[in-house]
Design a protein around this ligand. Structure first.
Ligand code: FUB
Length: 340
């Protein structure tokens, strides 16, 4: 009967959903998954969480990660391969600690790995490292990218072949210390009714190791065309920038931080402005929410993390993936990370 068929179909679908909302990696803690498909294989570039024993604070000092591993999948639901150590903080001359959310991309035959870390003065910058393999190991540049600051790099390759780095994060990410263009060791935030601190973008040079231009702000607007304000905690940028393109529209997605959502805004140019549209992912278990979006085998996926494996410890996370749907009107269906 059709009722029986419906039951079978529902159970197949929920099996699939449950399967892909399991942690993808169980033998170590992973977070902030940046996913890319190269030559038909899905590669994930996450943070590698571990227990450093550093007490929790509002600056995220307890996220004291030291290295990165790269993971790959040939097919969804298939084996997830850990390719071992890709880069360690001890091998990066300028970096002292806190290897936070990375990203990677490919140009020609070279793979470029981008990562934030604090230098010995406790200032976040963004580094680059190269390899002839998507899984590393990556050879780091001796200095951070000139003109970079703050954290959470995401390097988007546009359909015309240009590459852009989006970056920044407030609070522990230090973006609020760069409002004058120079680093000031003081947290300066706009008033609640003023425009929020916006993420940054810079086009990459041909060498992929430097910026081709001064970083500029990415404007995030509300539906009236006004900048999203600093007090609008449900919609203002916090961290975790990501860009994907769908039907010629640029989708800029990000975390709202203390309201724990992944939201998105759309625009007609990689530089924005982007107009706020809605929520992609509701809060997960744990304080942080950080994602990426990629198309693989003809289906769009959201890559994200929660803290299921550690029983809810915010700095010990595990990466996951879920199907993501663009509706016919271009909107993205909100994902509930814990469907019944
Ligand atoms: O993993 C460390 C930091 O936590 C990331 O850089 C942020 O986006 C947040 O997920």
């Amino acid at each position: 009967s059709s009722a029986e068929q419906d039951t079978v179909l529902t159970s197949v679908m929920s099996d699939t959903l449950n399967a892909i909302s399991e942690p993808l990696v169980n033998h170590m803690y992973t977070a902030d998954p940046s996913a890319h498909v190269f030559d038909g294989t899905l590669y994930i570039y996450p943070s590698h969480d571990y227990e450093s024993g550093i007490p929790q604070d509002d600056l995220g000092s307890h996220f004291d990660m030291q290295d990165y591993h790269v993971f790959s999948m040939e097919t969804v639901g298939g084996e997830v391969t850990d390719h071992g150590l890709a880069l360690h903080v001890d091998d990066v001359p300028w970096a002292d600690r806190q290897m936070w959310a990375p990203d990677a991309n490919r140009k020609g035959d070279t793979y470029y790995f981008y990562f934030p870390a604090k230098d010995e003065n406790g200032v976040f910058y963004i580094g680059a490292a190269t390899s002839d393999s998507p899984t590393g190991p990556f050879d780091p540049q001796p200095e951070p990218i000139e003109g970079s600051y703050s954290m959470d790099p995401a390097v988007y390759k546009d359909t015309d072949g240009e590459y852009y780095m989006y970056f920044g994060g407030i609070w522990g990410g230090q973006l609020q210390r760069w409002e004058t263009g120079e680093y000031v060791e003081e947290d300066v935030y706009p008033a609640d009714d003023e425009p929020a601190i916006m993420p940054r973008i810079a086009r990459m040079s041909d060498d992929m190791l430097s910026f081709a231009e001064e970083p500029r702000e990415v404007m995030l607007l509300d539906q009236n065309g006004d900048p999203i304000t600093a007090g609008d905690n449900d919609r203002r940028f916090f961290e975790a920038a990501w860009v994907h393109k769908y039907n010629d529209t640029y989708y800029f997605s990000y975390s709202t931080g203390d309201t724990h959502k992944i939201v998105y805004a759309t625009g007609d140019s990689p530089y924005g402005p982007f107009t706020y549209q809605g929520v992609i992912l509701e809060p997960v278990i744990g304080w942080t929410n950080h994602h990426s979006i990629a198309e693989f085998e003809g289906q769009w996926y959201l890559f994200y993390h929660d803290t299921e494996l550690s029983g809810g410890q915010t700095h010990l996370r595990n990466i996951k993936m879920a199907e993501m749907t663009h509706n016919p009107d271009g909107s993205i269906e909100t994902i509930d990370p814990y469907p019944d």
